[in-house]
Ligand binder design. Structure first.
Ligand code: PLP
Length: 388
């Protein structure tokens, strides 16, 4: 395959790309000129909008979705000697924050259909040390909240929903964030709405929200003109007003963005359903057009039939001007987790999917013709490298 040369007619198709409108860019310039560029009125306004979206629940924003989850665990009192149940198929941040607070992640294998934690296996993983469950809505497909919260309630566990990928997703007709215990969103540029970097935590009470503010900014509590007290060790996790202004331009567009994503996901399903393509044997995502925000469209390659590895498939797609990604390698097989005792074969269902999953381009400004080019090129590469 000759190296891809981008042209005006066929530019490189990236895996994803944020949509930032001119009004937002002008708004950011205004913030920069205003004389107040770190946390200020735009952060407050962003928190108010998010709270409104989440049914009036308290919301605080931070400079990443990672610290957001860590702070939720700290507010929940999770620490040394405790266990937190989570999935091995996520961005490594999900279990890193459990280690960061001094607790131990307890992985539970996935449901290979949804690719999310298998809720039916959670109860067997609960021990007297268990304090919380951290489910992840992979690609925006929601974990079934009814059995999840039934287990949490029965065993008096907190839930920290890693909803980094599911802003704009609903479950049972309700918005993710408007229901549940702690809900953590990420606004990284790859997510459906962005603040460049950033995250938000939805909580239950103003007491929790006050604690979140302390963990966010060195533990400081101010009063009057010169009053200042510090009762806990906090970090430096505040969001800037520049970033918050980007978020304020993004939030009103969530339904529009997710509508475009849904249309493109439908196009992908149609394209993969063509008999000659379908016969190649893909693992496709759940065709959910009610709940998921289609954060990603991920296929599982027909690994056993292929004479080339996933990396070569990705290289060939790249050479054809198409960006792809892997979300994710199994967390428990990273060196730091192997050193803590996990090994190959611990979570076979997650491992099988992690080996051959591939994320295809999907973002609001992509077109159906782009999706066609992706599926045609991918099918061509796979067809040309099948075992005889
Ligand atoms: C993006 C992401 C995170 C981390 O969010 P950051 O804002 O990048 O820190 C955590 N978990 C999942 C599942 C994610 O996709």
């Amino acid at each position: 395959m000759s190296p891809f040369v981008a042209t005006a007619a066929t530019p490189y198709l990236p895996l994803t790309r944020p949509t930032i409108d001119e009004e937002t860019i002008a708004g950011v310039a205004d913030v920069l000129r205003s004389g107040w560029i770190t946390s200020g009125p735009n952060v407050k306004a962003l928190e108010a909008k998010l709270s409104e979206y989440c049914g009036g629940r308290p919301v605080r924003v931070f400079n990443s979705g990672t610290c957001t989850m860590e702070i939720a665990l700290r507010i929940a009192g999770v620490g040394p000697g405790h266990e937190v149940i989570t999935t091995p198929l996520s961005w490594v941040a999900t279990s890193h924050v459990i280690l960061a607070v001094g607790a131990r992640p307890v992985f539970v294998d996935i449901d290979p259909v949804t690719r999310n934690i298998d809720v039916n296996r959670i109860e067997a993983a609960i021990t007297p040390a268990t304090r919380a469950i951290m489910p992840v809505d992979l690609a925006g497909l929601p974990v079934d909240r009814a059995p999840l919260y039934a287990i949490a309630k029965k065993h008096h566990l907190r839930v920290v929903e890693d909803a980094a990928q599911s802003y704009g997703t609903t479950w049972n007709g309700k918005r993710i964030g408007a229901i549940g215990d702690f809900v953590s969103f990420s606004f990284h540029p790859n997510k459906n709405v962005t603040t460049i970097e950033g995250g938000a935590l939805v909580m239950n009470t103003e007491v929790e929200a006050k604690l979140a503010e302390q963990y966010r900014l060195q533990g400081v509590v101010r009063s009057g003109f010169d009053g200042m007290e510090v009762e806990i060790v906090g970090g430096k996790f505040n969001l800037t007003d520049v970033a918050a202004r980007v978020g304020l331009g993004q939030l009103p567009r969530i339904d529009e963005f997710n509508g475009k994503r849904r249309e493109l996901a439908r196009a992908y399903f149609e394209l993969f359903a063509r008999p000659a393509v379908r016969a190649l044997g893909w693992g496709l995502p759940v065709a959910d057009f009610q709940q998921t925000n289609w954060h990603m469209f991920q296929v599982v390659l027909p690994e056993a039939r292929l004479t080339i590895k996933r990396a070569e498939v990705m290289a060939k797609l790249h050479a054809a001007g198409i960006g792809t990604g892997v979300h994710y390698p199994a967390i428990h097989l990273f060196a730091v987790y192997r050193r803590l005792g996990w090994k190959d074969g611990d979570f076979p269902l997650a491992e099988a999917i992690c080996r051959s999953i591939l994320t295809l381009p999907l973002f609001p400004t992509m077109t159906r013709a782009d999706a066609e080019r992706v599926v045609d090129t991918l099918a061509e590469i796979v067809s040309a490298h099948l075992h005889p």
